[in-house]
Structures are given as C-alpha cells and as structure tokens.
Design a protein around this ligand. Structure first.
Ligand SMILES: C[S@@+](CC[C@H](N)C(=O)[O-])C[C@H]1O[C@@H](n2cnc3c(N)ncnc32)[C@H](O)[C@@H]1O
Length: 197
C-alpha cells in the first residue's frame, strides 16, 4: 500500500531504467515507494502497445500517473497536451524528472482522483490502483465520465484476477466497452460515452 500514499519519510533509492515501448526508447527514474519501480509494468506496456496505432489527439489525462510512463509515451507518440495526476508525491516528483529526461512537457498535479481537475479531456488513460480499493478504482473509472468530452475515450488495463470481469460488466452499464486486447490475464479496454441524441 505504501506506493499509494505520501511517503516523504520512506528511504530513497533512485534508479534509472531504459526500455523500448512500441519501438520508442525511454528512460525512467524510479524510487522506493512507487508502483513498479524496476521495470515497466506488463499491463501498462500492453495497454500502450495496444493503443499505439490509434489516432489520439487533443487533451489527455493520465490518472494515477506514477513516475509517468503512460503520459510520456503519449507525448512521444501523439499530438496531445498531457496532464498527469497522482496522490503519491514521490511519484509526481519522478514524473516531472522523467518528463525532462525524455524531453517532453506536461502539467503534473497532485490530485486524489479528479479532485483538482476541472476540465474535460479527449482521452483519459489509466492503469488503476487496484490495491487502493474498489471505491477509489470506481471513482477513477466512473468519474472519468464527467471529465471526458462528448467523443472522449477512457483507456484502461485491468487484470482478470483483480476482478476484470465484474469491472467490465459494471463499466458496460455506463459506457460502450470494447475489449481491445487480452493477454496473460490482462484486459485492455476502451470505454466510450453513450451517444447523446
Ligand atoms: C497501478 S499504478 C500505475 C502507475 C503508472 N500509471 C504506471 O502505469 O506505471 C496506480 C497509480 O495510481 C495512484 N493512485 C492511487 N490512489 C490514487 C488516487 N486516489 N488518485 C490518483 N491516483 C491514485 C498510485 O499512487 C499509483 O501511482
């Protein structure tokens, strides 16, 4: 759970790893107390590689950005303006450092779910914090509706053993859900708002 809270008192052991995502090279600084500090999370990679060929543009919100891989990938791949949010200050600090490291720019904000977000986005992307509990995950997934433009899309990755099937059936009550990819128990989902007539 430590990765989901302010953790100024936790010891620091900054390291940097390099990786390639969909043919683009990235370097990421990570530290103790942040999600997946040694390598790019499998679910994150699968989602980014799944949507790699999509034509994404406009304003993108990276919810639970961690040290920044999703937002930074989006900036390198698409014509987007990115806002990155998280509750973990150490992760936010690393996200800012990683933006510089990868020579891209974004707005980085501390925000508990959408608390400090007052605008709407073309795309919201998240690998939600399952360990923070269902309430937080559902706040992120269903709160997205209020922060998406009319034709906006929510992209997310979830794992079968973390309740993917019931989350998908709950999402289907509010969104049109497309399972874009499924591998090793991870589901990559695209959720669209129902069309208003
Ligand atoms: C599964 S990690 C994904 C991190 C990063 N996007 C990645 O793919 O490596 C989920 C992130 O959500 C953040 N988080 C937890 N609770 C949150 C909340 N209430 N509001 C915003 N972010 C939260 C965690 O700190 C963590 O960085």
């Amino acid at each position: 759970m430590g990765q989901y809270f302010s953790n100024e008192k936790l010891k620091s052991k900054i390291k940097k790893y390099e990786t390639t995502i969909a043919g683009h090279a990235f370097s990421f600084y990570t530290d103790l107390g942040v999600f997946c500090k040694d390598y790019l999370d499998f679910g994150t990679r699968l989602l980014l590689e799944t949507i790699n060929k999509d034509s994404i543009e406009g304003d993108l919100l990276d919810v639970g950005c961690g040290y920044g891989p999703m937002g930074i990938f989006a900036l390198k791949n698409y014509s987007v303006k990115v806002t990155m949010i998280d509750v973990n200050r150490r992760a936010l600090h690393l996200a800012k450092r990683n933006l510089k490291e990868n020579q891209v720019e974004a707005i980085v904000l501390e925000s508990d779910c959408y608390q400090n977000i007052d605008k709407k986005y073309d795309v919201i992307i998240t690998n939600p914090p399952i360990r923070a509990g269902k309430d937080i995950v559902y706040k992120i997934l269903f709160g997205a509706k209020d922060h998406l433009k009319e034709h906006g899309k929510l992209f997310l990755v979830i794992r079968k053993e973390q309740g993917a099937k019931s989350i998908i059936s709950d999402l289907e009550k509010q969104y049109t859900v497309i399972i874009r990819n499924k591998k090793k128990g991870f589901y990559c989902l695209e959720c669209n708002l129902p069309l208003t007539s």
